[in-house]
Design a protein around this ligand. Structure first.
Ligand SMILES: [Zn+2]
Ligand SMILES: [Zn+2]
Length: 169
């Protein structure tokens, strides 16, 4: 627990998920806990199916984030997302943007379907070469498990991160 914890105007953690240096590092080696599905293709979509993604290859990083901003965004206990290289992601359909700046001033842009409101992907100014996709958009229970668990000081008490994941407070 750090004395430098910061909160936004609504009591929401405004700090970013501290992951991009790690994401860069993890480009070099395979993601722990993930199943290799070489040259695989995956499809993600919003609730109504208007906004769709086609993704090729394996994710660079699969993580869960327990921060309050992710809880607000997802309506769930934690965010669960995968990062892919942007050039591996093909977007079809209309989206609107919601921009949220972290306390460090880094913009993250969430793209959601204007019809059903589901966020299907987002990007961060600090790592424009990566696109993050909420795992739920894949509707795939076989998606690889998260290798990283971050913001655990905001983790709901009943949640247990995967034992072999890299965990940070
Ligand atoms: Zn939709
Ligand atoms: Zn988060």
């Amino acid at each position: 627990m750090t004395p430098m914890e910061k909160f936004g105007p609504n009591g929401v953690d405004m700090a970013p998920e501290p992951l991009y240096a790690e994401a860069q590092a993890s480009l070099a080696h395979s993601t722990a806990g993930s199943q290799t599905r070489a040259s695989s293709e995956r499809h993600a979509a919003c609730s109504c199916g208007q906004l769709r993604l086609r993704v090729s290859g394996d994710p660079v990083r699969v993580s869960i984030c327990h921060c309050l901003a992710c809880q607000r965004r997802t309506g769930s206990a934690f965010g669960f997302q995968a990062r892919f290289r942007a050039d591996r992601v093909e977007v079809t359909g209309r989206s609107r943007e919601f921009l949220r700046a972290s306390d460090e001033g880094e913009n993250r842009t969430f793209r959601f379907c204007p019809e059903c409101g589901a966020t299907v992907f987002y990007t961060t100014a600090g790592a424009p070469e990566l696109i993050a996709i909420p795992i739920g958009a894949f509707a795939d229970p076989d998606f690889p498990a998260p290798a990283f668990s971050v913001w655990e000081r905001r983790m709901h008490v009943w949640v247990q991160a995967p034992q072999d994941s890299h965990r940070s407070p």
